[in-house]
Design a protein around this ligand. Structure first.
Ligand code: ADP
Length: 448
C-alpha cells in the first residue's frame, strides 16, 4: 500500500481524499494556489506546497509544478479528484513515467472512454444501446444537415472532448443546427482545445441515470447501483439520488451489466461512471463515461455502504477490492443537494465572499462534505460549489423529510447559496412523486 499521496485538487474533494487517506494510515499532501492560502482543508493535510498563482492554468492545471511538489514531498501516488487534471491522459502518463501511481484509469482507458465519440464507437461494438447518431466526428455543416435529416430532429451537437455542459447545442431545425454546429465547435476549441463534434438524437424529457463502476486490476468489476441525476440546470446536476425512483431490479441489472461490459472492453480499472438517458418507457441509452470519481459519489457510498475513494486507492495500489458484486446490495435511500455559492434570485450569479455565520445540520442520517468554516473567504477563481449535503434514510419519503429538516436547520451567512432552491425542490409535488426529467427545473420549476 502507498504511504504518501499527493492530492492535485482543492476544496471539498481534497478534504474527502484526506479523510480517506487518514483512515487508511496514508499521509496526505496538498498542493494549493495563492488564492487558496487560507483553505481550511490545508490545515488538516499532513504537508502542503504552494504551486502558483490563482489562475488554474498556473497552478492546479500546471503539470510541471504539481510534479515538482510530488518530487519534493516524495509521494507514491497522486489523486486528481474531479475536474482540473482528473481526465487528462497526458497527466496520467507523466505520473506513470515518473514512477508515481495515478489514482485513476490508465492513459489508454482515458483516451478511449474519456472521448465521447470514441466511447460511442466502443459502445456500438460491444452492443450497449445508444441513441441514433454519428459514428465518427462530423466534418462540416453540410454533413451535419445530412445526418440530422437521417436521424430526424431534434438533435444535439456535442463536443467529443466535452464536459461540464459545455460544447453542446440542441437543434430543432436546420437553421438552429447550422448555428449550433458552429457554436459547439468554437466553444469546444476554446474550452477543450479540440473542436471535434458529433451529433446524436435529442431525447425529449428523459431522465439521467448513471451507473457507478469500480474495478481492480484483478478483473473484479463491480457496479454500485445507480444515481438519478435528472434535476439539472443548464445540463448541470443540482440534486442526485439513489435509488432512482424509476428503477426496478431488472432494469438495474441490465444497466449495470451494460456499464460493466463497456468498462471491461476498455480495460478500465478504478472508479468510473457510465451515464445513460432513460426514456418514459424505461429504454436506456448510453451517453458517456466519466473517467474519474464524480461529485455525487457519496450518494452511492451511502446506499451500498462502500468507500469509493478508498476503493480507488486500493485499485491503484494493485490491491484487491474488499467486495465483489455479490456483496453490493442497494439498501435505503440517499439524496444529495449541491450547495453552490450562487444567487438563485439573480440568475444564479456566483456569490463568492466571506462566510460570517455557519450552522451545519447534523443528526441521524445527515452527511456534510465540505471545506467551509466561519471566517473563510470563498475565492472567486474556482467552481462555485461549497459543499454537498446528503441524507440517508430507510426509504424515499423518509429521505425527503430528512432533507427538508436538514435544509431547515442550515445557516450560511455572508454569501448567497442554492439552499432556497433546494427547499423549493423538496416541497415540489412532482419531485415528491418522482415525476421529473432533465428539463424540469428550467421548464417547470423556475418557469413558474
Ligand atoms: P457533459 O459531459 O458536458 O456533462 P453529458 O453528455 O453528460 O455532458 O450531458 C449532460 C446533460 O445533457 C445530460 O444529463 C442531459 O440532460 C443532456 N443531454 C445530453 N445528451 C442528450 C440527448 N441526446 N438527449 C437529451 N438530453 C441530452
Amino acid at each position: 500500500m502507498f504511504s504518501k499521496i499527493l492530492i492535485a485538487n482543492r476544496g471539498e474533494i481534497a478534504l474527502r481524499i484526506i479523510r480517506a487517506c487518514r483512515e487508511m494510515g496514508i499521509k496526505a499532501v496538498c498542493v494549493y494556489s495563492e488564492a487558496d492560502k487560507f483553505g481550511p482543508w490545508l490545515d488538516i493535510a499532513d504537508e502542503k506546497y504552494c504551486i502558483g498563482p490563482a489562475p488554474s492554468v498556473k497552478s492546479y492545471l500546471d503539470i510541471s509544478r504539481i510534479m515538482a511538489a510530488a518530487e519534493v514531498a516524495d509521494v507514491d501516488a497522486i489523486h486528481p479528484g474531479y475536474g482540473f487534471l482528473s481526465e487528462n491522459a497526458h497527466f496520467a502518463e507523466v505520473c506513470q513515467s515518473s514512477g508515481i501511481s495515478f489514482i485513476g484509469p490508465s492513459p489508454e482507458a482515458i483516451r478511449l472512454l474519456g472521448n465521447k465519440a470514441k466511447a460511442r464507437e466502443l459502445a456500438v461494438k460491444v452492443g450497449v444501446p445508444l441513441l441514433p447518431g454519428t459514428k465518427e466526428l462530423v466534418a462540416d455543416d453540410k454533413e451535419a444537415i445530412e445526418i440530422a435529416n437521417d436521424i430526424g430532429y431534434p438533435v444535439i451537437v456535442k463536443a467529443a472532448a466535452g464536459g461540464g455542459g459545455r460544447g453542446m447545442r440542441v437543434a430543432h431545425n436546420e437553421i438552429a443546427l447550422v448555428n449550433g454546429f458552429l457554436q459547439a465547435k468554437s466553444e469546444a476549441a476554446t474550452a477543450f482545445k479540440d473542436d471535434g463534434v458529433y451529433i446524436e438524437k435529442y431525447l425529449e424529457r428523459p431522465r439521467h441515470v448513471e451507473i457507478q463502476i469500480i474495478a481492480d486490476s484483478g478483473g473484479n468489476y463491480v457496479y454500485c447501483g445507480e444515481r438519478d441525476c435528472s434535476l439539472q440546470r443548464r445540463h448541470q446536476k443540482l440534486v442526485e439520488e439513489a435509488p432512482s425512483p424509476i428503477m426496478t431490479p431488472e432494469l438495474r441489472e441490465k444497466m449495470g451489466a451494460a456499464a460493466v461490459t463497456l468498462c471491461k472492453a476498455a480495460n478500465y480499472v478504478t472508479a468510473g461512471t457510465v451515464e445513460f438517458l432513460v426514456d418514459k418507457k424505461g429504454n436506456f441509452f448510453f451517453m458517456e463515461v466519466n473517467t474519474r470519481i464524480q461529485v455525487e459519489h457519496p450518494v452511492s457510498e451511502l446506499v451500498t455502504r462502500t468507500d469509493l475513494i478508498q476503493a480507488q486507492i486500493m485499485a491503484a495500489a494493485g490491491e484487491k477490492l474488499p467486495f465483489t458484486q455479490a456483496d453490493v446490495e442497494v439498501r435505503g435511500h440517499a439524496i444529495e443537494v449541491r450547495i453552490n455559492a450562487e444567487d438563485p434570485d439573480n440568475g444564479f450569479r456566483p456569490s463568492p465572499g466571506k462566510i460570517t455565520d455557519l450552522f451545519i445540520p447534523g443528526g441521524p442520517g445527515v452527511r456534510w462534505d465540505s471545506h467551509i468554516k466561519v471566517g473563510y473567504t470563498i475565492p472567486p477563481n474556482y467552481d462555485s460549489m461549497v459543499g454537498k449535503l446528503l441524507v440517508f434514510a430507510k426509504d424515499r419519503p423518509a429521505a425527503i423529510a430528512r432533507m427538508r429538516r436538514a435544509l431547515g436547520e442550515f445557516v450560511i451567512e455572508g454569501i448567497k447559496t442554492t439552499i432556497p432552491l433546494h427547499q423549493r425542490i423538496m416541497q415540489d409535488a412532482n419531485f415528491i412523486k418522482g415525476d421529473v426529467d432533465t428539463g424540469y427545473i428550467e421548464n417547470v420549476l423556475l418557469a413558474r
